[in-house]
Design a protein around this ligand. Structure first.
Ligand code: FAD
Length: 489
C-alpha cells in the first residue's frame, strides 16, 4: 500500500532544507520525506562552487538601486536587506538551538564593496552613498575616492592602477560570505536525525492530484531504476532549474504561461595564498550593457571548508540544460502552446542580452583575465583557473502588456488550494531563502499560519516588523545576530 505523508520536499538544495527546517520546528509531528535525484544534497546551485556565496543584502549590488532619470530610490535595496536580516536571525536562532554548527562553518564576515570607474559612475556611487547612509540598515557604509583609503580596504584594486582615471568605492563591514552548501548539509543532517526521511538517488518523475486531495508522487531510484510512490498532503517543488518541468507535469493551471531561460556561469578562481592574503572583501561593480543583473562582475573572498580563495566572475555561458546535471532536451521540452508566445517575445525584445551572451561566449581565458584586470591590474593569466558554476533558470512569463517578460527574481508558483508550490528563478536566491519560505508558508497554510506566529517570533525575533523604520531596533537586532554569527553588524 502507498505510504501517505504530510509533506514531500522535491530537491536537496537550500530551499527544501530551509522549508523542511521551518516546518519541522513548527509541526515536529508532521511526517516529511525529501527526494534528491543525485547521490547527495547541495550538488546543484546550492553547492559552494556553483554560486558566489554572497550574502545578498544590497550592500554592494548596484542593480538593487539603479540609476534612473529621477532621484535614487532606496526602497528595493532596503527590502532586500530586510529579507537578509530574517535569514540572519533564523540562522542565529538555529545556532543557539544547536541545529547549526559553529557559524564560521557556513558564514564569515567579508566586507561588501562597490568599485566604479569613470566620472558618471563615480557621481552615481556618491549619490547612492548619500542616500543609503541615512538608512539605519546601511549605517556602517563608507565612501572614498582616495586611492590610499581604498588601498587599505582592498589593495589588489589599487596596485599598478593607471593614474588619471576617476574611481570611487564604498565599503560596508557588515557584508558576509556564505557557504550555502554547508548550510544545506547541516540543515538536512539535523532533519534526518529528527526523523525526516531523506532519499537520495531518487528522482521524482510525476505528480498527480488524487480525489482525496493528496498528491501521488511517483519516483524512480536513479541507480536501480526501480519505481515507487508516496502520497502527500503538501508538495514543495524545490527542484531548482527542474521546478518548471515538475510543475508542468503536475498539471496545475497556475504554471501556464511560464518558461525558463538557462544562463550558465564560470568563475576565475585562485587559491594562491600570496594573492588570497591581499584581499578580504566582495567587490561588485557596474554591469556591462545588456548583462543580466546577476552577471555583474565581482572579485570575492570565498571561504569553503575553512579555506579562503578568490573568485572573479561570473562569466555567462550557454547550455540548454536547466540544471548543471540536467538534460540537453530541457530547453525544448518546456515548450507548450501556452508559453510559446511569451518565450518568443522575450527572445525578440532582449537583443542586448543576446549580444551580451554572444560576447561572453567569445571570451577565451586571456580575455576573461583581461576583465579581471579592470578590478585587479596585476592579475596574471597563469594564477587563475576557470571553474564551471551552476545553471540559472531565469523566469520568462506571460505579461498582459508586453506579451512576455524575462525576470531576474525568484517566484513562488502555487496551486489555488495551497496543496503544491514550487520555486522558479534564481536571484537574490539562497540569501533570501528564509523570507521566501515564510511567504510560501503564509500562502499555502493560511489556516495554520496564525497559530505558527509565536514560534516564528521565537525563531526570527523581529518577524512581522520592519527594522529600517526603527533605528534602535535595527541596531539592537543586527548587533545580536552579528554577535551570535561572529560577523559585523
Ligand atoms: C552562478 C550563480 C551564482 C549565484 N550566486 C549567489 C549568491 O552569491 N548569493 C545567493 O544568495 N544566491 C546565489 N545564487 C543563487 C542560489 O545559488 C540559488 O538561488 C539557490 O542555490 C537555489 O536553491 P534551490 O534549493 O532552489 O536549488 P538547487 O540548489 O539547485 O537544488 C535543487 C535540487 O533539486 C534536485 N532535483 C531536481 N529535480 C529533481 C527531481 N525530479 N527529483 C529529485 N530531485 C530533483 C537537484 O538535483 C538539486 O539538488 C547563485 C546561483 C548561480 C547559478
Amino acid at each position: 500500500m502507498t505510504e501517505t505523508v504530510d509533506v514531500v520536499l522535491i530537491g536537496g538544495g537550500i530551499m527544501s532544507a530551509t522549508l523542511g527546517t521551518l516546518l519541522h520546528q513548527l509541526q515536529p509531528e508532521w511526517k516529511i520525506v525529501a527526494f534528491e535525484r543525485l547521490s547527495d544534497v547541495a550538488q546543484e546551485s546550492s553547492n559552494p562552487w556553483n554560486n558566489a556565496g554572497t550574502g545578498h543584502a544590497a550592500l554592494c549590488e548596484l542593480n538593487y538601486m539603479p540609476q534612473g532619470d529621477g532621484p535614487l530610490d532606496p526602497a528595493k535595496a532596503v527590502s532586500i536587506n530586510e529579507q537578509f536580516q530574517q535569514s540572519r536571525q533564523f540562522w542565529s536562532s538555529l545556532v543557539d538551538k544547536g541545529v547549526l554548527d559553529a557559524p564560521s562553518t557556513f558564514i564569515n564576515a567579508t566586507p561588501h564593496m562597490t568599485f566604479v570607474r569613470g566620472e558618471k559612475d563615480v557621481a552615481y556611487l556618491k549619490d547612492r552613498y548619500e542616500v543609503l547612509k541615512k538608512q539605519p540598515l546601511f549605517a556602517g557604509i563608507e565612501y572614498s575616492e582616495d586611492s590610499r583609503v581604498i588601498n587599505t580596504w582592498a589593495p589588489l584594486l589599487m596596485q599598478q592602477r593607471r593614474k588619471g582615471e576617476p574611481f570611487a568605492a564604498t565599503r560596508v563591514p557588515a557584508g558576509t560570505d556564505v557557504d550555502f552548501g554547508a548550510l544545506t548539509h547541516q540543515l538536512f543532517d539535523h532533519l534526518t536525525s529528527s526523523g525526516v526521511s531523506l532519499r537520495t538517488n531518487h528522482e521524482v518523475r510525476s505528480l498527480k492530484k488524487q480525489k482525496d486531495g493528496t498528491w501521488l508522487v511517483k519516483y524512480r531510484h536513479s541507480l536501480g531504476r526501480t519505481p515507487g510512490d508516496v502520497k502527500a498532503r503538501f508538495v514543495f517543488v524545490g527542484a531548482g532549474g527542474w521546478a518548471l518541468k515538475l510543475l508542468q507535469r503536475s498539471g496545475i493551471p497556475e504554471i501556464k504561461g511560464y518558461g525558463v531561460f538557462p544562463i550558465g556561469g564560470q568563475f576565475l578562481k585562485t587559491s594562491d595564498p600570496k594573492i588570497v592574503a591581499q584581499h578580504q572583501a566582495k567587490v561588485y561593480s557596474q554591469a556591462s550593457v545588456g548583462a543580466p543583473p546577476m552577471s555583474v562582475p565581482h572579485l570575492d573572498t570565498r571561504v569553503v571548508g575553512g579555506e579562503a580563495s578568490l573568485m572573479f566572475g561570473p562569466f555567462a555561458t550557454f547550455s540548454p540544460k536547466f540544471l548543471k546535471q540536467g538534460s540537453m532536451l530541457d530547453i525544448v521540452s518546456q515548450v507548450r502552446p501556452h508559453n510559446l508566445v511569451p518565450m518568443l517575445q522575450v527572445a525578440v525584445k532582449n537583443p542586448d542580452l543576446i549580444t551580451y551572451l554572444v560576447g561572453e561566449l567569445m571570451k577565451n581565458h586571456a580575455k576573461k583575465v583581461d576583465s579581471l584586470r579592470t578590478f585587479m591590474p596585476t592579475a596574471k593569466d597563469e594564477d587563475w583557473t576557470l571553474i564551471d558554476a551552476g545553471q540559472r533558470a531565469q523566469v520568462m512569463k506571460k505579461d498582459p502588456k508586453k506579451g512576455g517578460v524575462l525576470q531576474f527574481g525568484t517566484e513562488v508558483v502555487s496551486a489555488s488550494d495551497g496543496s503544491i508550490a514550487g520555486l522558479l528563478g534564481a536571484s537574490p536566491g539562497a540569501s533570501t531563502a528564509v523570507p521566501i519560505m515564510l511567504g510560501l508558508l503564509k500562502k499555502c497554510f493560511p489556516n495554520e499560519f496564525p497559530s505558527w506566529e509565536p514560534e516564528l517570533r521565537d525563531l526570527i525575533p523581529t518577524f512581522g516588523m520592519q527594522l529600517n523604520t526603527d533605528a534602535a531596533l535595527a541596531e539592537e537586532s543586527t548587533a545580536a545576530t552579528a554577535a551570535t554569527l561572529g560577523i559585523n553588524r
